[in-house]
Design a protein around this ligand. Sequence first.
Ligand SMILES: *Cc1c(COP(=O)(O)O)cnc(C)c1O
Length: 452
Amino acid sequence: MADRIKIVLDEKEIPREWYNIQADMPTPMKPPLHPGTLEPIKAKDLEAIFPMNLIEQEVSRERWIKIPEPVMEKLALWRPSPLYRAVNFEKALGTKCKIYYKNEGVSPAGSHKPNSAIPQAYYNKIAGVKRLTTETGAGQWGCALSMATQMFGLDLKVYMVRISFDQKPFRKIMMETWGAKCVPSPSSDTEVGRTILKEFPDTPGSLGIAISEAIEDAISSKNTKYSLGSVLNFVCLHQTVIGLEAQKQMKIAGDYPDIVIGCVGGGSNFAGIAFPYVCDKIHGKKLRIIGVEPTACPTMTKGPFVYDYGDTSKKTPLLPMHSLGHAFIPAPLHAGGLRYHGLAPLVSQLLQDKLMEATAVSQVECYKYGVLWARTEGFIPAPETTHAIAVAAEEAIKAKEEGKAKNILLCWSGHGLMDLAGYEKYFSGKLTNYHMPDDEIKKSLTNRLIIV
Ligand SMILES: *Cc1c(COP(=O)(O)O)cnc(C)c1O
């Protein structure tokens, strides 16, 4: 029998519970610090921006957390997502490795982001919240939350990083189609935005700035809370449906991965595919787990593990994480979703504990493999996703040279149909690589950071 190239699960197989890795981590998480007092933060301090039900999830140590029925119903629109084997991509590389990919691009918004947008909208709704604010980089999170808030009858305002707002105009139209309001960040709608615009009228913006604006709006508006699409513990938690499904599908395929790969912006899709496998690894399984970032924003490979703010204007609690400094404005690369100065504390701690590895790839290399992927597998990957693909390809080629055959599993985080400008630039030879010079990073880190 030919190898199966697509493994689809029945709707009944959607996980009923999220997996909370905090229950199994060898090193307990360090607490977030209050931005004013620098003391460990109290749950009620977070209530200005998040509803209590999500704050409880953020600090929970329970291994399994039940997914509410109304959330299950929405997830069932596209979950379980299919697991594919990239047979033609393997052939093109001439490798004996099997490359499996979990296709999160099949969601209505085109990425893994709705996995957390839907529960976040739901928990805010049942807490009595009427309106949410958020930031978006490439526009994927803004789209996902627009769809989710529409499903649960909430209003939404999205602050979209200027460079992406200009590069990806269709994203804004998608958000408006789902009923949200979207403005470029920095905007003149907030104090933070106005201050930054005055000093740097031509800034491409950053996620750090957009987060500051969204938080200011949430704190100063009625019945409004803030929503974040990555980084936080509960976002990583919500994304574990990816890995839990993949484990069932890999079992059906009859293979166990030697290598699990995900691209890393704030760390959420990586957490989604990886955490259930990190659990296996903690319990003695032998496998490698690799997070991939751009060389232009090398948070994991060059940023130290420190306490830092999540935003530019130092409004958020300080989180224990790998960071390039909260004032860091990454080069305007096309993988907008990977332009973040910080990293999920959970992923940061796993990196510290060597339960995973990190690597960085350059933009041109990523597009090279992204195009090969489209020409062999059909699906056009998001620029973010090409980072995972590039490392899967490199590992497969390395295995070939060593005469080995490995099972590789990657998280195919989203499609690139809204990101075609980057492909156009690649084809015309105008795409360039950015490597963050070490002294630039040093300069960025002189902003006060507390060393862990
Ligand atoms: C947002 C996004 C990412 C990066 O965010 P993480 O939180 O690190 O997952 C990666 N891929 C796609 C398609 C995205 O939309």
